[in-house]
Design a binder for this molecule. Sequence first.
Ligand SMILES: *Cc1c(COP(=O)(O)O)cnc(C)c1O
Length: 392
Amino acid sequence: MKPIQLKPETLAIRGAKSQTEYREHNSALFLTSSFMFDSAADGAALFAKTKAGYTYSRTANPTVAAFQARVAQLEGGEAGIATATGMAAIQAALLTFLSAGDHLITSRSLFGTTAGLISGHISRFGIDISFVSQTDTAEWAAAIRPNTKMLFLETPSNPLGEVADVAALAELAHRHGALLAVDNCFCSAAVQQPLKLGADLSIQSATKGIDGQGRVLGGVVCGKAQLVDQIALYVNAAGLSLAPFNAWVLLGGCETLFVRMAAQSANAQALAQWLQTQPQVLRVFYAGLPEHPQAALIAQQQSSGGTVLALEVAGGQEAAWQVIDAVQVLSKTANFGDVKSTITHPWTTTHGRMSAEDKLAAGITPGLIRVSVGLEHLDDIRADLAAALALL
Ligand SMILES: *Cc1c(COP(=O)(O)O)cnc(C)c1O
């Protein structure tokens, strides 16, 4: 019979998996650091890669292999390489392709730790870096130099939901022989597939939407096999590999990714629209709002606004802290993409290490509050925020 072309929702559940002689229904957890050889010659063949198989779990592990192949199927990539954290995935994608004398262009609206990795560490290795506008493609074009090797961005941005035009930036990068790498962690493959928009690499922190229940850290980079294979060599050499147990947990996360993202995005959409009507709220930032200045582009790139929104209250940090301290249901924690709604103050947490000037340039103000919307009943999330906002 002709094989059925499975949709991403089905691949998330029935895609790549480990399979042993026991015909386990769920992927097995291979909690082993190394694998045995039949003979000395067998070991030599495995190490020389003339024979396929496993040698050592820093290099490859069946549970990790199943996880990274499953995410690659969802992202529309030929291959994926999993890492211990999202930051390890970003580091691997950058340092595999950038050498001293190369130039990197990136957005001013980056996740705080990523901004710190690039400006505080990557910059120490003789790599030139330009920070440009998240939304203005012309600024990216103007920053191109003969030695530009990579364009790196995340879209939508954290926490303001500003969107970069992935197809236009892919075209720009490729015209100049550079790679486009996109951090897809805000959306996950359930909402956006950067590779299908022309990006060369789709990177994510699996800690967020893929786990979805705030249990483990992990990361993954997907793309063409020729690129991913190079990153895999770096991950192995640098020791950034994902632990098998985490891969096993994250495989379970993949299975419910689409329904969670759809339900949480619907909650976020309704909450954002309700927040817009609240007198204490100056502005709401959410990629799903019809009045978002980039609504047309968002409709092309994303299947929903995603699960994270931000609101700005009058009264700066004092007012923002008052709201955060008053919530009873939402968790005060910096994770997002969790089934449990979370609330944070970007100015003093996720973006706390950036200078006030850089934060303001990125649109992060002291009165800004980020909410990651979970799976609780919308009425309860709304009631919690209404009571907290009423104190202002
Ligand atoms: C959380 C996050 C990361 C880092 O992921 P970890 O798994 O925490 O290392 C990278 N990029 C974005 C956009 C994130 O939100």
